[in-house]
Ligand binder design. Sequence first.
Ligand SMILES: [Zn+2]
Length: 459
Amino acid sequence: MRTLIKGGTVVTAGDTVQGDVLIDGETVATIGRELDVAVDRVIDASDRYVMPGGIDAHTHMDMPFGGTFSADDFESGTAAAAWGGTTTIVDFAIQDFGESLQAGFERWMAKAAGKAQVDYGFHVIVRQVNDQTLADMDALVGQGVTSFKLFMAYPGVFMLDDASIFRAMQRTSDNGGLIMMHAENGGAIDVLVRRYLQEGRTDPINHALTRPATMEGEATHRAIALARLAGVAVYIVHLSSRDALSAVVEARDRGAAAFAETCPQYLFLSQDDLARPDFEGAKYVCSPPLRPRDHQQDLWNGLVRDDLQIVSTDHCPFDYKDQKVLGRGDFSRIPNGLPGVEDRYSVLFDGGVNAGRIGLNRFVELVATAPARMFGLYPQKGTIAPGSDADVVVFDPTVERTLSASTHHMRVDYNCFEGMRVRGKPEVVMQRGEVVVEGDRFYGRPGQGKFLKRGPFPG
Ligand SMILES: [Zn+2]
Protein backbone atom coordinates (compact mmCIF):
# COMPACT_ATOMS: atom_id res chain seq x y z
CA MET A 1 0.00 0.00 0.00
CA ARG A 2 1.45 3.32 -1.11
CA THR A 3 -0.08 6.62 -0.07
CA LEU A 4 0.79 10.13 -1.22
CA ILE A 5 -0.05 13.03 1.08
CA LYS A 6 -0.10 15.80 -1.45
CA GLY A 7 0.48 19.53 -1.35
CA GLY A 8 0.69 20.09 2.38
CA THR A 9 3.02 22.06 4.61
CA VAL A 10 5.22 19.44 6.21
CA VAL A 11 6.24 20.49 9.71
CA THR A 12 8.89 18.78 11.80
CA ALA A 13 10.80 19.99 14.84
CA GLY A 14 13.49 21.32 12.53
CA ASP A 15 11.81 22.39 9.29
CA THR A 16 8.69 23.68 7.61
CA VAL A 17 8.58 22.74 3.93
CA GLN A 18 5.95 22.74 1.22
CA GLY A 19 5.75 19.29 -0.32
CA ASP A 20 4.42 15.78 -0.68
CA VAL A 21 4.98 12.84 1.62
CA LEU A 22 5.19 9.39 0.04
CA ILE A 23 4.36 6.51 2.35
CA ASP A 24 5.26 2.98 1.35
CA GLY A 25 3.87 0.30 3.64
CA GLU A 26 4.37 1.30 7.25
CA THR A 27 7.06 3.92 6.76
CA VAL A 28 7.77 7.22 5.09
CA ALA A 29 9.60 6.66 1.80
CA THR A 30 10.40 10.20 0.75
CA ILE A 31 9.45 13.85 1.01
CA GLY A 32 9.62 16.00 -2.10
CA ARG A 33 8.01 18.63 -4.27
CA GLU A 34 5.26 17.50 -6.62
CA LEU A 35 6.20 13.83 -6.50
CA ASP A 36 5.05 12.05 -9.62
CA VAL A 37 4.64 8.46 -8.49
CA ALA A 38 2.09 5.67 -8.81
CA VAL A 39 0.24 5.18 -5.53
CA ASP A 40 -2.83 3.42 -4.21
CA ARG A 41 -4.20 6.47 -2.53
CA VAL A 42 -3.80 10.24 -2.56
CA ILE A 43 -4.68 12.43 0.42
CA ASP A 44 -5.08 16.09 -0.45
CA ALA A 45 -3.32 18.19 2.17
CA SER A 46 -3.70 21.60 0.53
CA ASP A 47 -3.85 24.33 3.17
CA ARG A 48 -3.12 21.73 5.81
CA TYR A 49 -0.18 21.06 8.08
CA VAL A 50 1.33 17.60 7.79
CA MET A 51 2.84 16.84 11.19
CA PRO A 52 4.14 13.81 13.10
CA GLY A 53 1.61 11.84 15.12
CA GLY A 54 1.69 12.90 18.74
CA ILE A 55 3.47 10.93 21.44
CA ASP A 56 1.90 11.14 24.87
CA ALA A 57 4.60 9.89 27.22
CA HIS A 58 2.41 9.92 30.31
CA THR A 59 -0.91 8.06 30.40
CA HIS A 60 -2.67 5.76 32.87
CA MET A 61 -5.14 3.47 31.13
CA ASP A 62 -7.01 0.93 33.25
CA MET A 63 -5.11 2.02 36.35
CA PRO A 64 -6.16 0.99 39.87
CA PHE A 65 -6.51 3.89 42.31
CA GLY A 66 -8.24 3.89 45.71
CA GLY A 67 -10.45 0.88 45.01
CA THR A 68 -11.46 1.87 41.49
CA PHE A 69 -9.91 1.96 37.99
CA SER A 70 -9.28 4.81 35.59
CA ALA A 71 -12.25 4.98 33.23
CA ASP A 72 -10.40 4.49 29.94
CA ASP A 73 -8.92 1.09 29.20
CA PHE A 74 -6.37 0.51 26.44
CA GLU A 75 -9.12 0.16 23.84
CA SER A 76 -11.10 3.32 24.54
CA GLY A 77 -8.14 5.42 25.64
CA THR A 78 -6.03 4.71 22.58
CA ALA A 79 -9.01 5.38 20.30
CA ALA A 80 -9.45 8.76 21.97
CA ALA A 81 -5.73 9.39 21.57
CA ALA A 82 -5.96 8.72 17.83
CA TRP A 83 -9.00 10.97 17.44
CA GLY A 84 -6.89 13.71 18.95
CA GLY A 85 -3.82 13.17 16.76
CA THR A 86 -1.77 11.06 19.18
CA THR A 87 -0.47 7.84 17.66
CA THR A 88 1.82 6.61 20.43
CA ILE A 89 1.37 6.45 24.19
CA VAL A 90 3.78 5.43 26.90
CA ASP A 91 1.78 4.15 29.87
CA PHE A 92 2.84 3.05 33.35
CA ALA A 93 2.99 -0.54 34.58
CA ILE A 94 2.91 -0.80 38.37
CA GLN A 95 4.92 -3.14 40.57
CA ASP A 96 2.83 -4.59 43.41
CA PHE A 97 4.42 -4.92 46.83
CA GLY A 98 6.45 -8.10 47.06
CA GLU A 99 6.52 -8.82 43.35
CA SER A 100 9.16 -8.38 40.67
CA LEU A 101 9.13 -5.44 38.29
CA GLN A 102 8.77 -8.02 35.54
CA ALA A 103 5.47 -9.27 36.98
CA GLY A 104 4.04 -5.76 36.97
CA PHE A 105 5.22 -5.19 33.43
CA GLU A 106 3.62 -8.43 32.25
CA ARG A 107 0.32 -7.55 33.92
CA TRP A 108 0.15 -4.31 31.97
CA MET A 109 1.21 -6.01 28.76
CA ALA A 110 -1.83 -8.24 29.23
CA LYS A 111 -4.09 -5.22 29.77
CA ALA A 112 -2.97 -3.70 26.47
CA ALA A 113 -2.79 -6.87 24.35
CA GLY A 114 -5.51 -7.13 21.75
CA LYS A 115 -6.94 -3.78 22.83
CA ALA A 116 -4.53 -0.96 22.01
CA GLN A 117 -5.39 0.85 18.79
CA VAL A 118 -2.21 2.95 18.69
CA ASP A 119 1.36 1.92 19.43
CA TYR A 120 2.40 1.85 23.06
CA GLY A 121 5.32 1.42 25.38
CA PHE A 122 5.64 1.16 29.14
CA HIS A 123 7.48 2.83 31.94
CA VAL A 124 7.52 0.82 35.18
CA ILE A 125 6.54 2.31 38.55
CA VAL A 126 8.93 1.04 41.21
CA ARG A 127 7.38 0.76 44.70
CA GLN A 128 10.16 -1.17 46.41
CA VAL A 129 13.88 -0.96 45.82
CA ASN A 130 16.00 -3.98 46.78
CA ASP A 131 18.68 -6.11 45.15
CA GLN A 132 16.09 -8.00 43.13
CA THR A 133 14.41 -4.80 41.90
CA LEU A 134 17.72 -3.39 40.77
CA ALA A 135 18.50 -6.55 38.81
CA ASP A 136 14.97 -6.41 37.34
CA MET A 137 15.65 -2.88 36.12
CA ASP A 138 18.68 -4.07 34.17
CA ALA A 139 16.64 -6.86 32.59
CA LEU A 140 13.78 -4.53 31.65
CA VAL A 141 16.11 -2.07 29.94
CA GLY A 142 17.14 -4.99 27.74
CA GLN A 143 13.47 -5.66 26.95
CA GLY A 144 12.77 -2.11 25.81
CA VAL A 145 11.37 -0.76 29.08
CA THR A 146 13.94 1.92 29.68
CA SER A 147 12.32 4.31 32.16
CA PHE A 148 11.29 3.91 35.78
CA LYS A 149 8.99 6.13 37.74
CA LEU A 150 9.60 6.76 41.42
CA PHE A 151 7.44 8.66 43.90
CA MET A 152 8.37 11.12 46.62
CA ALA A 153 4.64 11.37 47.48
CA TYR A 154 1.82 9.03 48.63
CA PRO A 155 3.40 7.54 51.81
CA GLY A 156 2.49 3.88 52.32
CA VAL A 157 1.33 3.56 48.73
CA PHE A 158 4.08 4.68 46.37
CA MET A 159 6.56 6.85 48.31
CA LEU A 160 10.20 5.80 48.45
CA ASP A 161 12.79 7.11 50.89
CA ASP A 162 15.86 8.99 49.68
CA ALA A 163 18.14 5.98 50.07
CA SER A 164 15.95 3.88 47.79
CA ILE A 165 15.70 6.68 45.26
CA PHE A 166 19.46 7.13 45.30
CA ARG A 167 20.08 3.40 44.82
CA ALA A 168 17.73 3.30 41.84
CA MET A 169 19.45 6.34 40.33
CA GLN A 170 22.88 4.80 40.74
CA ARG A 171 21.58 1.79 38.87
CA THR A 172 20.24 3.80 35.92
CA SER A 173 23.61 5.53 35.65
CA ASP A 174 24.95 2.04 34.81
CA ASN A 175 22.11 0.42 32.85
CA GLY A 176 20.96 3.16 30.49
CA GLY A 177 17.56 3.65 32.10
CA LEU A 178 15.98 6.97 32.99
CA ILE A 179 14.41 7.82 36.37
CA MET A 180 11.13 9.75 36.18
CA MET A 181 10.15 11.43 39.42
CA HIS A 182 6.84 12.39 40.96
CA ALA A 183 8.29 15.23 43.02
CA GLU A 184 6.14 16.31 45.95
CA ASN A 185 7.11 16.06 49.64
CA GLY A 186 4.65 13.33 50.60
CA GLY A 187 5.50 13.30 54.31
CA ALA A 188 4.67 16.94 54.99
CA ILE A 189 1.65 16.81 52.68
CA ASP A 190 0.23 13.81 54.52
CA VAL A 191 0.46 15.60 57.87
CA LEU A 192 -1.35 18.60 56.41
CA VAL A 193 -4.06 16.43 54.84
CA ARG A 194 -4.83 14.76 58.16
CA ARG A 195 -4.95 18.09 59.98
CA TYR A 196 -7.30 19.63 57.42
CA LEU A 197 -9.65 16.67 57.61
CA GLN A 198 -9.67 16.80 61.44
CA GLU A 199 -10.59 20.48 61.19
CA GLY A 200 -13.50 19.61 58.92
CA ARG A 201 -11.99 21.19 55.79
CA THR A 202 -13.13 18.50 53.39
CA ASP A 203 -13.98 20.27 50.09
CA PRO A 204 -11.96 19.67 46.89
CA ILE A 205 -10.13 23.02 47.15
CA ASN A 206 -8.30 21.65 50.21
CA HIS A 207 -6.58 19.17 47.91
CA ALA A 208 -4.59 22.12 46.55
CA LEU A 209 -4.13 23.87 49.89
CA THR A 210 -2.56 20.77 51.46
CA ARG A 211 -0.14 20.24 48.56
CA PRO A 212 1.52 23.65 48.28
CA ALA A 213 3.92 24.47 45.47
CA THR A 214 6.76 24.87 47.98
CA MET A 215 6.56 21.12 48.63
CA GLU A 216 6.85 20.42 44.90
CA GLY A 217 9.80 22.80 44.70
CA GLU A 218 11.52 21.12 47.64
CA ALA A 219 11.09 17.62 46.24
CA THR A 220 12.19 18.66 42.74
CA HIS A 221 15.32 20.22 44.18
CA ARG A 222 16.02 17.08 46.23
CA ALA A 223 15.40 14.76 43.28
CA ILE A 224 17.85 16.67 41.12
CA ALA A 225 20.46 16.83 43.89
CA LEU A 226 20.25 13.06 44.34
CA ALA A 227 20.54 12.52 40.59
CA ARG A 228 23.59 14.78 40.42
CA LEU A 229 25.18 12.81 43.26
CA ALA A 230 24.49 9.62 41.33
CA GLY A 231 25.88 11.23 38.19
CA VAL A 232 22.74 10.57 36.16
CA ALA A 233 19.86 12.35 34.44
CA VAL A 234 16.43 12.73 36.01
CA TYR A 235 13.07 13.59 34.45
CA ILE A 236 10.48 15.40 36.56
CA VAL A 237 6.94 14.37 35.59
CA HIS A 238 3.90 16.68 35.51
CA LEU A 239 5.73 19.78 36.72
CA SER A 240 3.02 22.20 37.82
CA SER A 241 4.55 25.20 39.58
CA ARG A 242 7.07 27.98 39.32
CA ASP A 243 8.68 26.62 42.51
CA ALA A 244 9.52 23.31 40.81
CA LEU A 245 10.49 25.02 37.58
CA SER A 246 12.96 27.26 39.44
CA ALA A 247 14.67 24.16 40.81
CA VAL A 248 14.96 22.74 37.29
CA VAL A 249 16.20 26.02 35.80
CA GLU A 250 18.81 26.52 38.51
CA ALA A 251 20.11 22.97 38.04
CA ARG A 252 20.19 23.24 34.26
CA ASP A 253 22.03 26.55 34.47
CA ARG A 254 24.68 24.70 36.42
CA GLY A 255 24.86 21.98 33.79
CA ALA A 256 22.74 19.29 35.42
CA ALA A 257 20.97 16.74 33.23
CA ALA A 258 17.57 17.69 34.63
CA PHE A 259 14.52 17.42 32.38
CA ALA A 260 10.82 17.98 32.92
CA GLU A 261 7.39 17.82 31.36
CA THR A 262 4.32 19.84 32.09
CA CYS A 263 0.70 19.09 31.17
CA PRO A 264 -2.11 21.06 29.49
CA GLN A 265 -4.08 21.28 32.75
CA TYR A 266 -1.27 23.28 34.36
CA LEU A 267 -1.12 25.63 31.36
CA PHE A 268 -4.84 26.27 30.96
CA LEU A 269 -6.59 25.46 34.26
CA SER A 270 -5.99 26.78 37.76
CA GLN A 271 -6.71 26.40 41.44
CA ASP A 272 -9.90 28.40 40.83
CA ASP A 273 -11.34 25.33 39.13
CA LEU A 274 -10.85 23.31 42.31
CA ALA A 275 -12.90 25.93 44.14
CA ARG A 276 -15.97 25.39 41.92
CA PRO A 277 -19.08 25.01 44.10
CA ASP A 278 -21.18 21.91 44.80
CA PHE A 279 -18.27 19.46 44.66
CA GLU A 280 -17.66 20.24 40.98
CA GLY A 281 -14.07 21.03 41.99
CA ALA A 282 -13.57 17.25 42.28
CA LYS A 283 -13.40 17.10 38.49
CA TYR A 284 -10.10 18.98 38.73
CA VAL A 285 -8.38 16.92 41.41
CA CYS A 286 -5.01 15.65 40.25
CA SER A 287 -1.53 15.61 41.81
CA PRO A 288 0.36 17.86 41.85
CA PRO A 289 -2.73 20.07 42.11
CA LEU A 290 -3.73 22.88 39.78
CA ARG A 291 -1.94 26.04 40.89
CA PRO A 292 -2.89 29.70 41.22
CA ARG A 293 -3.24 31.17 37.74
CA ASP A 294 -0.07 33.26 37.98
CA HIS A 295 2.08 30.09 37.69
CA GLN A 296 0.96 29.59 34.09
CA GLN A 297 3.14 32.28 32.54
CA ASP A 298 6.23 30.79 34.18
CA LEU A 299 5.42 27.40 32.68
CA TRP A 300 5.01 28.93 29.21
CA ASN A 301 8.37 30.65 29.66
CA GLY A 302 9.84 27.27 30.58
CA LEU A 303 8.47 25.75 27.38
CA VAL A 304 9.85 28.59 25.28
CA ARG A 305 13.31 28.39 26.83
CA ASP A 306 13.44 24.57 26.76
CA ASP A 307 13.68 24.31 30.54
CA LEU A 308 10.52 22.23 30.04
CA GLN A 309 11.03 19.83 27.14
CA ILE A 310 7.75 17.95 26.79
CA VAL A 311 3.99 18.37 27.17
CA SER A 312 2.31 15.11 28.27
CA THR A 313 -1.16 14.65 29.68
CA ASP A 314 -0.99 12.41 32.76
CA HIS A 315 -4.30 11.18 31.31
CA CYS A 316 -6.01 9.35 34.18
CA PRO A 317 -9.76 9.85 33.87
CA PHE A 318 -12.36 9.08 36.52
CA ASP A 319 -16.08 9.56 36.02
CA TYR A 320 -17.51 12.43 38.00
CA LYS A 321 -20.81 10.72 38.76
CA ASP A 322 -19.64 7.44 40.25
CA GLN A 323 -15.89 7.77 40.88
CA LYS A 324 -14.97 11.33 41.82
CA VAL A 325 -17.90 11.27 44.28
CA LEU A 326 -16.04 8.70 46.39
CA GLY A 327 -14.40 11.75 47.94
CA ARG A 328 -17.50 13.70 48.87
CA GLY A 329 -16.90 14.77 52.46
CA ASP A 330 -13.20 13.80 52.28
CA PHE A 331 -11.12 15.36 49.52
CA SER A 332 -8.31 12.86 50.14
CA ARG A 333 -10.55 10.09 48.78
CA ILE A 334 -11.24 11.77 45.45
CA PRO A 335 -9.51 9.67 42.77
CA ASN A 336 -6.57 11.72 41.46
CA GLY A 337 -6.45 12.36 37.75
CA LEU A 338 -7.86 14.21 34.75
CA PRO A 339 -8.81 13.19 31.22
CA GLY A 340 -6.66 14.75 28.49
CA VAL A 341 -5.19 12.30 25.98
CA GLU A 342 -7.57 13.39 23.22
CA ASP A 343 -7.25 17.14 23.68
CA ARG A 344 -3.50 17.69 24.19
CA TYR A 345 -2.58 18.16 20.53
CA SER A 346 -5.34 20.66 19.75
CA VAL A 347 -5.23 22.54 23.04
CA LEU A 348 -1.50 23.10 22.76
CA PHE A 349 -1.80 24.06 19.10
CA ASP A 350 -4.47 26.63 19.86
CA GLY A 351 -3.12 27.96 23.15
CA GLY A 352 0.48 27.74 21.97
CA VAL A 353 0.75 28.32 18.22
CA ASN A 354 -2.46 30.28 17.55
CA ALA A 355 -1.88 32.38 20.64
CA GLY A 356 1.63 33.26 19.48
CA ARG A 357 3.41 31.72 22.46
CA ILE A 358 5.33 29.05 20.54
CA GLY A 359 6.11 28.41 16.89
CA LEU A 360 4.95 25.49 14.77
CA ASN A 361 8.26 23.64 14.96
CA ARG A 362 8.40 24.00 18.72
CA PHE A 363 4.85 22.67 18.90
CA VAL A 364 5.89 19.54 17.00
CA GLU A 365 8.94 19.18 19.20
CA LEU A 366 6.90 19.37 22.41
CA VAL A 367 4.17 16.91 21.39
CA ALA A 368 6.15 14.41 19.32
CA THR A 369 9.87 14.81 18.72
CA ALA A 370 11.16 15.51 22.22
CA PRO A 371 9.19 12.66 23.81
CA ALA A 372 10.51 10.31 21.11
CA ARG A 373 14.08 11.37 21.86
CA MET A 374 13.70 11.34 25.64
CA PHE A 375 12.16 7.88 25.72
CA GLY A 376 14.19 6.00 23.13
CA LEU A 377 11.76 6.03 20.19
CA TYR A 378 13.54 8.40 17.82
CA PRO A 379 13.71 8.39 14.80
CA GLN A 380 11.25 5.52 14.42
CA LYS A 381 8.69 7.85 16.00
CA GLY A 382 8.41 11.58 16.51
CA THR A 383 9.25 12.95 13.07
CA ILE A 384 8.43 12.72 9.39
CA ALA A 385 11.52 11.50 7.60
CA PRO A 386 12.48 8.69 5.20
CA GLY A 387 12.49 5.44 7.16
CA SER A 388 10.41 6.72 10.05
CA ASP A 389 7.07 5.11 10.89
CA ALA A 390 4.35 6.80 8.87
CA ASP A 391 2.54 8.22 11.91
CA VAL A 392 1.14 11.37 10.40
CA VAL A 393 -1.46 13.98 11.25
CA VAL A 394 -3.01 16.05 8.48
CA PHE A 395 -4.09 19.05 10.49
CA ASP A 396 -6.62 21.65 9.39
CA PRO A 397 -5.65 24.84 11.23
CA THR A 398 -8.86 26.67 10.33
CA VAL A 399 -11.59 24.48 11.85
CA GLU A 400 -13.10 26.00 14.95
CA ARG A 401 -14.77 23.80 17.51
CA THR A 402 -15.73 23.61 21.16
CA LEU A 403 -14.24 20.93 23.38
CA SER A 404 -16.93 19.01 25.23
CA ALA A 405 -17.75 15.71 26.89
CA SER A 406 -20.72 15.51 24.51
CA THR A 407 -18.39 15.16 21.52
CA HIS A 408 -15.15 13.71 22.89
CA HIS A 409 -14.20 10.04 22.60
CA MET A 410 -12.62 9.52 25.99
CA ARG A 411 -14.72 7.14 28.12
CA VAL A 412 -15.39 9.60 30.90
CA ASP A 413 -18.45 11.68 31.71
CA TYR A 414 -16.86 15.13 31.73
CA ASN A 415 -14.19 17.13 29.93
CA CYS A 416 -11.95 19.34 32.02
CA PHE A 417 -11.72 21.80 29.09
CA GLU A 418 -15.52 21.85 28.64
CA GLY A 419 -16.58 24.83 26.56
CA MET A 420 -13.07 25.81 25.45
CA ARG A 421 -13.00 27.12 21.87
CA VAL A 422 -10.04 25.88 19.82
CA ARG A 423 -9.04 26.46 16.22
CA GLY A 424 -7.40 23.54 14.46
CA LYS A 425 -8.33 19.86 14.15
CA PRO A 426 -6.59 16.61 13.26
CA GLU A 427 -8.41 15.76 10.04
CA VAL A 428 -6.59 12.61 8.97
CA VAL A 429 -4.58 10.54 11.44
CA MET A 430 -2.36 7.77 10.15
CA GLN A 431 -0.45 5.16 12.05
CA ARG A 432 2.26 3.17 10.32
CA GLY A 433 0.73 4.00 6.95
CA GLU A 434 -2.87 3.13 7.83
CA VAL A 435 -5.60 5.72 8.18
CA VAL A 436 -7.01 5.50 11.70
CA VAL A 437 -9.15 8.64 11.64
CA GLU A 438 -10.48 10.55 8.67
CA GLY A 439 -12.94 13.36 9.24
CA ASP A 440 -15.66 11.96 11.46
CA ARG A 441 -14.85 8.34 10.74
CA PHE A 442 -12.76 5.97 12.81
CA TYR A 443 -10.95 3.08 11.12
CA GLY A 444 -8.80 1.87 13.99
CA ARG A 445 -9.26 -1.57 15.46
CA PRO A 446 -8.38 -3.14 18.79
CA GLY A 447 -5.02 -4.86 18.62
CA GLN A 448 -3.74 -2.63 15.83
CA GLY A 449 -1.34 -0.91 18.24
CA LYS A 450 2.02 -2.59 18.71
CA PHE A 451 4.22 -2.76 21.79
CA LEU A 452 7.29 -0.60 21.27
CA LYS A 453 10.67 -1.67 22.55
CA ARG A 454 12.39 1.56 23.48
CA GLY A 455 16.08 2.31 23.40
CA PRO A 456 18.24 3.36 26.36
CA PHE A 457 18.70 6.95 27.55
CA PRO A 458 20.04 9.07 26.00
CA GLY A 459 18.48 7.91 22.77
ZN1 LIG B 1 0.85 10.07 36.27
